[in-house]
Design a protein around this ligand. Sequence first.
Ligand SMILES: [Zn+2]
Length: 79
Amino acid sequence: MIQITLSWFVCLYLVLSLVGILILWIGYEMIRKHHANTIARDRIFCRICGTRHTDTSTADLLVCPVCGSKNERATGGYF
Ligand SMILES: [Zn+2]
C-alpha cells in the first residue's frame, strides 16, 4: 500500500485537476480554430461588385452570383 500524507494528496489532486482542465482547454481551442477556418474558407468577397456570399464548393476560382466575375478564394482570416 502506498503511504501518502494529506498535503501530498491535496497537491496531487490540484495538479491532476489543473492538467485535466488544461487538456480540455487546448482541445476545445483546437476545435474552435478548425471550425473558424472552415467558416472563413466558405465566405467569398467579390472585388468587382463588393458583395459577400458563401460557397461551399472546393474550386479555387469562384463565379460571383451577382456580377459573374471570377474571384479567388480567400485564405485565412475574416473579412
Ligand atoms: Zn461580383
